[in-house]
Write a protein that binds this ligand. Structure first.
Ligand SMILES: *[C@@H]1O[C@H](CO)[C@@H](O)[C@H](O)[C@H]1NC(C)=O
Ligand SMILES: *[C@@H]1O[C@H](CO)[C@@H](O)[C@H](O)[C@H]1NC(C)=O
Ligand SMILES: *[C@@H]1O[C@H](CO)[C@@H](O)[C@H](O)[C@H]1NC(C)=O
Length: 364
């Protein structure tokens, strides 16, 4: 008995649609060939050779993609009907930094810039980071600088000017970058793209940048050591995810319907908890981002941009450097052996850091 599951039924329909498309295309080609042939026979028969083109052929234009693909053009005014529009974010768009450090990166010329996306109200988390891995500003003789990237508070009234507290924090630490889009989980892709914008315009003498989430243990020393031996160009690494299934369950946190992204798996992308890249990439990513509608899953969007650029992601030199989930038990020298590990909560970083500092002192 042939019983089609909903999935295979969809696939069948896709195949039928494809065949119809193909048939239509063949008919069109046939007609065109006939037209060219008969026109040319009217004007210049016999043909002196196939290289001569009697009809003026319009210059090659990149074909406009069908309205529903993962990479439609014309994103400047995404007017897709609901629900598709809720899977994309408003980017590109002119956002403005309302709290900035316009000269710091240029003046410091760091080897590595670390950008930590964090919501405005998470001041405690910023302080924890400043007192743990954010302290490491010179590593193996290389300057490392840290910035927190904020949008507008969704808790507050969404005003277009920064809150007093943020300004005070910025004056004290000079590490706050705040832009005027609404900070929310669904807007993380905007944040990431603004990170690329900021780095590409403010850090002319920097080799690498790292995007890292705030609930991560980060061994800066190991990262710098790895980067000193890494390629300087077209380089992006981290926990590279390959063949990730697109989640079609509407209840999933990362649900994406096939109308928005028809492929069943994503192209390789660097897991958003922490990835590092050479500084020649941001400008390129920004250029291609005008051709790719910005999907709300930020690391997937970065992967889509990389695919469009034709630049492969690089795997870390060995496994176990970028860890997506903290192990239940960690071995004696665990924290000195990794680069990043996702923690259960941000606050845990204080304890883990003590253990790490102990480990660096011991024989690890
Ligand atoms: C994302 O940011 C834009 C620009 O500030 C805003 O209009 C939109 O409502 C935000 N979306 C979400 C889901 O927060
Ligand atoms: C770039 O940075 C290096 C070291 O980080 C420094 O020696 C050099 O002077 C800097 N160049 C400019 C133009 O700032
Ligand atoms: C650090 O090491 C000291 C002595 O070696 C030990 O007493 C202390 O408990 C250790 N702390 C942590 C957090 O592991």
């Amino acid at each position: 008995m042939l019983r089609l599951s909903p999935g295979s039924e969809k696939r069948l329909w896709k195949r039928v649609r494809l065949s119809l498309c193909f048939l239509g295309l063949s008919l069109l080609m046939g007609t065109l060939t006939f037209a060219v042939y008969s026109c040319s026979s009217l004007t210049s028969w016999p043909l002196p050779g196939w290289t001569v083109m009697p009809l003026s052929i319009p210059p090659y234009k990149k074909p406009t993609p069908a309205p529903i693909t993962q990479e439609p053009s014309g994103i400047s005014s995404p007017q897709l009907p609901l629900p598709q529009s809720s899977f994309f974010v408003a980017y590109p768009h002119r956002y403005h930094f309302i709290v900035d450090e316009p000269n710091r990166c240029d003046q410091e010329s760091p080897f590595l810039v670390v950008i930590v996306p964090v919501p405005p109200h998470n001041r405690d988390v910023r302080n924890i980071i400043r007192s743990t891995w954010g302290k490491h500003t010179t590593v193996l003789g290389q300057v490392v600088s840290y910035y927190f990237l904020l949008g507008l508070s969704s808790v507050g009234d969404g005003r277009q000017h920064p809150e007093e507290q943020i300004l005070l924090e910025s004056q004290k630490h000079h590490d706050i970058l705040q832009s005027d889009f609404q900070d929310s989980y669904k807007n993380l892709t905007i944040k990431t793209m603004l990170m690329f914008e900021w780095i590409s315009t403010h850090c002319p003498n920097t080799s690498y940048a790292m995007k890292i989430d705030s609930d991560i243990f980060f061994n800066v020393h190991n990262l710098v050591r790895m980067l000193l031996k890494a390629p300087r160009h077209l380089y992006m690494t981290g926990l590279v995810v390959r063949n990730a299934q697109v989640l079609r369950d509407p209840n999933s946190k990362w649900f994406v319907p096939s109308a928005v992204f028809p492929e069943s798996t994503y192209p390789p992308y660097p897991m958003g908890l922490g990835y590092v890249f050479s500084l020649d990439l941001p400008r390129r990513i920004l250029e291609v981002s005008t051709h790719i509608r910005a999907i709300y899953i930020e690391d997937v969007h970065v992967g889509l941009c990389m695919r469009h650029l034709g630049i492969a992601l690089t795997d870390p030199p060995r496994g176990g450097l970028f860890v997506a989930a903290m192990p239940q038990t960690t071995s004696q020298c665990y924290w000195v052996s990794v680069i990043t590990t996702m923690l259960w909560r941000s606050e845990q970083l204080l304890d883990v850091w003590k253990t790490y500092e102990n480990q660096t002192q011991s024989d690890c």
